[in-house]
Design a binder for this molecule. Sequence first.
Ligand SMILES: [Zn+2]
Length: 90
Amino acid sequence: MMVINHRSKRIFIKHKMCRFCADASLKIDYKEPKTLAVFTTERGKIVPRRISGNCARHQRMLALAIKRARNIALLPFTTAKVRMKDYREF
Ligand SMILES: [Zn+2]
């Protein structure tokens, strides 16, 4: 990843590291929604690899684990957008 500091006009090369490769103690487990939730957006979507920086292998394992967790209701498929308009009647 390239980060350009506009003030100093310098280019920094920042390498994104797969979190699961870097830390062997981190496990991808569908029974642990807390670790999986980090890799989902607020709306429940899986964060793409180019954003999360995961390697292909771990991203695959993660996606599978998230889908399994969704199926047993540990993670949401989606979340309903709450509109203020709907609340005004109450
Ligand atoms: Zn990895």
